[in-house]
Design a protein around this ligand. Structure first.
Ligand code: CA2
Length: 152
């Protein structure tokens, strides 16, 4: 029988419009839905003996609230801030108050796209950044976080 996780969950936070994953622009963001991604992350986390808390919001302040919640309740944060990556000092400030590992994920390769996507405020805090690996980037981030948090 699988043992229940005794440690805090890894927060997987997704920002604005990522609820549309799999419904539009499959040439940029692929065909998987956000629910598919969350399930794949939950499956991998179980294999790695971690648990996850997967959340999505279109609202900057809600994302800030969840990052603050993770300060007390989370072991690490994997975040795709969506367009807020390129604009949000508030999300950067919240992440700066979080002490555990932070990995930033972008489904598309933001450096191959418009110039305004090349800069991310969140990258100033992130311990690692994954871009252009499609939704597989979330699984790569999970493996990295598991390795940073140490063996279970
Ligand atoms: O590549 C990424 O993951 C992004 O964070 C996605 C953001 C974009 O603003 C960033 O520059 C890069 C946009 C998310 C929009 O997601 C959609 C998914 C499917 C259909 C429409 C939008």
């Amino acid at each position: 029988m699988t043992q229940p996780s005794l440690t805090k969950p890894i927060y997987i936070l997704n920002g604005p419009n990522l609820n549309l994953l799999g419904q539009r622009q499959p040439e940029v963001y692929g065909r998987e839905t956000l629910a598919d991604v969350a399930q794949a992350c939950a499956d991998l986390a179980e294999e790695l003996r971690f648990s996850i808390k997967a959340l999505q919001s279109n609202h900057e302040g809600v994302l800030v609230d969840w990052i603050q919640e993770a300060r007390l309740a989370g072991a690490a944060i994997i975040i795709n801030p969506g367009a807020y990556s390129h604009t949000s000092v508030a999300i950067l400030d919240a992440l700066n108050a979080f002490e555990g590992p932070v990995i930033e994920v972008h489904i598309s390769n933001i450096h191959k796209r418009e110039a305004f996507r090349h800069h991310s405020y969140v990258s100033l805090r992130a311990d690692g950044v994954i871009a252009g690996c499609g939704t597989q980037g979330y699984l790569l981030a999970l493996r990295r976080v598991a390795s940073l948090l140490g063996p279970r």
